[in-house]
Design a protein around this ligand. Structure first.
Ligand SMILES: [Zn+2]
Length: 332
């Protein structure tokens, strides 16, 4: 049995009864030093400043009020463990939760605006409708997290893990998601207007109806993404990988797609007027009925591409490779 005492100078002091070992939990970055829950037969780790896991913490309301009070006092909660705790609707604005462990924690509707969540473990956490405006989530792990209708506007999520995360209807306007790992995430109807997703990995993601207007997606991986009717107006997709991407009915007006890889992509009825697609690879892409008026296709590779009924009025195709392309009913 471990005796765990809080101490003003340290985060906690842990006295191991069997060995008389004293562990000062100031450096709580290591999960290994977290004691087990004091409840008999429970092997879950105790949560921050409690002898018990969340399930066995008796007065949950008091615990929640205590955490809110610590945040209000600007006490740091760095490295704290709140595994599976229920913090729905809590006001944690500006909280310092760097390196905290919040796997499976419920934070539905919680206010985490401007919070520091750098390097946090938020795997499978429920952050639906939470306010993460301008929060710093750099290098945090949100694998499988639920962020439905969350407010991520202006948030920093560089090198964040968002694999299989649900971002349906999330607001991420102006967010920074550079090199974020978002493969197989669901971002249906999410808003990434003006966001920076350069070098982000979104392969296999569902991006139907998502808004990427004026977003930066240079060098991003969007191969195999399903993004019908997505809004990519003015987006930068230079050198982006869009191989086999389903973009039917999407809008890329004035987009920058220099050297983008769009082989076998479905661009049927795409609105791409004025888009810069110079040296883009569109081999075997389906551009049926696409609006490419005024587009720059200089040096683009359109081998065996389907351009049936596409509008190429005023488009520049000098140096483009059109070998085997289906040019039936093309409007020039
Ligand atoms: Zn327990």
């Amino acid at each position: 049995m471990c005796l765990r005492l809080t101490h003003p100078a340290a985060r906690y002091i842990l006295i191991d009864g069997a060995e008389g070992r004293i562990v000062i939990g100031q450096d709580s970055s290591s999960e290994a030093i977290l004691p087990h829950c004091a409840s008999r037969g429970c092997y879950a780790n105790a949560i921050f400043l409690s002898d018990y896991c969340w399930e066995h913490t008796s007065d949950k309301t008091r615990y929640r009020i205590g955490i809110e009070a610590l945040v209000k006092k600007c006490d740091t909660l760095s490295g704290a463990s709140f595994v599976k705790a229920c913090f729905d609707g809590l006001n944690l604005a500006g909280a310092v939760l760097t390196g905290a462990t919040m796997a499976g924690t419920r934070l539905v509707g919680a206010n985490l605006s401007r919070a520091s969540l750098v390097g946090c473990n938020l795997r499978a956490a429920d952050l639906s409708e939470s306010n993460l405006e301008r929060a710093d989530l750099n290098e945090s792990n949100l694998d499988g997290a639920i962020l439905v209708r969350a407010n991520l506007s202006g948030a920093i999520l560089d090198e964040c893990i968002l694999q299989r995360a649900n971002l349906q209807g999330a607001h991420a306007e102006g967010a920074s998601l550079r090199r974020a790992e978002m493969s197989h995430s669901c971002c249906v109807d999410a808003d990434f207007t003006n966001a920076d997703l350069s070098s982000a990995s979104l392969d296999g993601a569902c991006l139907a109806g998502a808004i990427f207007a004026d977003a930066v997606l240079d060098d991003a991986i969007l191969g195999g993404c399903v993004m019908p009717c997505a809004n990519l107006d003015g987006a930068h997709l230079n050198r982006a990988n869009l191989v086999g991407t389903y973009l039917r009915g999407a809008s890329i007006r004035g987009g920058q797609l220099v050297r983008a890889r769009l082989g076998r992509a479905d661009l049927t009825e795409v609105e791409a007027s004025g888009a810069v697609m110079s040296r883009a690879i569109l081999r075997e892409a389906n551009l049926s009925r696409a609006n490419l008026a005024g587009a720059d296709l200089t040096g683009a590779i359109l081998e065996r591409a389907i351009l049936k009924g596409a509008d190429l009025t005023g488009a520049s195709t000098s140096g483009a490779t059109l070998t085997g392309a289906d040019m039936d009913s093309v409007i020039m």
